[in-house]
Design a protein around this ligand. Structure first.
Ligand code: FES
Ligand SMILES: [Fe+2]
Length: 368
């Protein structure tokens, strides 16, 4: 791990400034180790949308900082997150996703209820020490239709930190939007570059000349607000951009012609427009490799297939453009001739400084 002096230098040179992080933060395995322990294992991580598990028994498996997890709709009102590890000899009890009444471990058939408690253990029914056996519960919360989990048992409740973000995005009513597609991808870049890129209005007109510039050009971007756990900006629509037909009745006239982009620190970003919500949750798998789960939700409950596909394809196009840039950026970040740069004004790259400030505070102040 890096020493405290290095972290102190980071604080001195970057915190509260318009400077980028030094390039070693994007290349150094030791820095990534530190991020895993002090940031990603401490914070709230988005695992998906609540309506990915809408019926009792719906489940999917995932991982968080190397921990196999199981997300399940245990009853009508509860989405549970468990460590996906059998308490017999550590086999993951579930694979992939689907719907079930119970989880049967594929190794020796110990069986767990949807609430994680042990239902049966073949030929071991008499063992008193199995009486309270269960899958370990991982701290979790739902916010605005998203499922979050934290490996930090003493993490502060997420919703308490997001009241300001609620007031900035609440009118879009994300919790009422309908999930239509999920993608699992690997991007070849540092995980922070993907977060920074999503929260960067400065690149929109340059990197997305066809897909975004006519709708949300860089010069119309505006900073929106930040809190301890988030930052956000507005991408205003160009005058010629067509109006979105269907949306929540709570939207103001201005909000009907805006997308609001936010980062929920450390590793989730989203863009909400009147009719479409797109989110990304990222996890590093190496200094230049990121596991990305992204999904699309829409306002309309019965969107025709053609329009549904158009909205998904538009985001696939945007993502392809971003991924190409970020892959090349990683090569530049390895150059010995880059010593950090200056960020554009707050309306365009202010969210990047906010993200860096959060990271530095986490890296430099929490126990490892
Ligand atoms: S490891 Fe699960 S039943 Fe043995
Ligand atoms: Fe982009």
């Amino acid at each position: 791990m890096l020493n405290t002096e290095t972290l102190h230098q980071l604080r001195t040179s970057c915190l509260g400034t318009n400077r980028t992080l030094p390039a070693h933060c994007y290349n150094d395995e030791r820095f990534l180790d530190l991020e895993q322990h002090k940031v990603l294992r401490q914070g709230w991580i988005c695992l998906g949308r609540c309506d990915e598990v809408s019926d009792i028994g719906d489940y999917f498996t995932t991982d968080l900082a190397g921990e196999p997890l199981l997300v399940v709709r245990s009853d009508e009102t509860t989405i549970s997150v468990f460590a996906n590890v059998c308490q017999h000899r550590a086999m993951p009890v579930a694979r992939g996703g689907g719907n079930t009444h119970r989880f049967v471990c594929p190794y020796h058939a110990w069986t767990y209820h949807l609430d994680g408690s042990l239902k049966s253990a073949p030929l071991m029914e008499q063992q008193a020490e199995l009486k309270d056996c269960r899958l370990p519960v991982i701290k979790s919360e739902c916010w605005q239709g998203f499922i979050f989990a934290s490996l930090n048992a003493s993490a502060k409740p997420l919703a308490d930190s997001l009241h300001d973000l609620d007031s900035l995005t609440g009118n879009y009513q994300m919790h009422r939007m309908h999930h239509i597609a999920t993608f699992h991808e690997i991007w070849e870049c540092n995980w922070k570059s993907l977060i920074e890129n999503f929260m960067d209005g400065y690149h929109l007109s340059v990197v997305h000349p066809q897909s975004l510039r006519p709708l949300t050009p860089t010069n119309l971007c505006e900073t929106l607000g930040r809190g301890d756990m988030f930052t956000s900006y507005v991408a205003n629509y160009a005058r010629a951009a067509p109006a979105r037909k269907q949306h929540a009745s709570s939207l103001t006239e201005a909000q009907k012609r805006q997308s609001r982009l936010f980062c929920l620190f450390p590793s989730m970003v989203a863009s909400v427009s009147p009719d479409t919500l797109v989110y990304f949750s990222v996890q590093p798998k190496g200094v230049a490799r990121v596991q990305v789960k992204w999904g699309v939700s829409v306002w309309e409950p019965d969107l025709p297939d053609e329009e549904r596909n158009q909205r998904i394809e538009k985001w696939q196009q945007i993502n392809a453009e971003d991924h190409e840039i970020l892959r090349e950026l990683q090569a530049g970040l390895r150059s010995s001739f880059y010593h950090g740069g200056v960020l554009a004004p707050a309306n365009f790259e202010g969210c990047i400084s906010d993200f860096h400030d959060y990271l530095i505070e986490m890296l430099d102040s929490q126990p490892a």
